[in-house]
Unconditional design. Sequence first.
Length: 300
Amino acid sequence: MNKRFELRGVSSMLSVQKVWKPSNLNEAWELITSSKKEGVCIVAGGTWLRTQWEASLLPLTTNLVSLENIKEMTSITESKENELMIGSQVTLADCLEDKRLKRYTPLLIKACRKIAAPSIRNQATIGGNIYTKAGDTIPALLVERAKLVWFNGVEIEIQSIESWLIVSSIKQEVRLLVGVKIEIDEKDQVNFAFFKKIGRRETFTASLVTIAGKGSIREGRFENVRLAAGGSFSPLRLSDTELELGNQQMNLSSIHDQIISEIQANADPYASADYKKIITANIILSELDQIMKHTGKGVS
């Protein structure tokens, strides 16, 4: 059953916002697609939206749809298909406390730990972090080959996060993000993994560059390497760099230029595009160089 609350907020003038709390996906879909309701906005933890409203980057909407009462969106479950399903409304703090995520997705744990202050992590959700397309969890999820679970009003759709990032840059679809699926691979031959975040200050800041990587070294060669980067530019898998690493013995001389050519970064008031590319390449090379010297260590 839908529950409705009213909030009063201040922008340029006093405004009233209605908060709707559907109990299932169908109710939520009806609310966000109803032509009878104007100014509908989905809200999760609300941490990102609040910053947008306070900076007048987004207008206050009349109707807020909170998804916190939808069971499959607020829990972490393990399926018979050896997959972890993280509901989109699960908070970053809850992710940090989950023993299964700690065991199977250490990169995601590392990413969640690097996001904002504890008080924000208690509210911010993994779905909200993904939906901004700039969240620190995205490079980690790209490396984990995560899949997004969507509800389109009729049925559930599954889409890789990599595909969504590409497609959503071209067109926007009206869908509900139900959760994130990550495959559990007990036989995954990984002997290194790393996650790095570079901000404009030491703590609790928006990312300049966020990097994740994992793979293995066998008989003097990199194998099954997965690399991803994001932050202040569109997150992406560094597929060409991965291929380059897999085609040679542990020689990093050609990798720096390959990373720079693959990153698609734009300048902003804080850093040039070239700086973002160079710092990304430098960090990845530094990590791989350390791994070559200390093979077998875990998340750095």
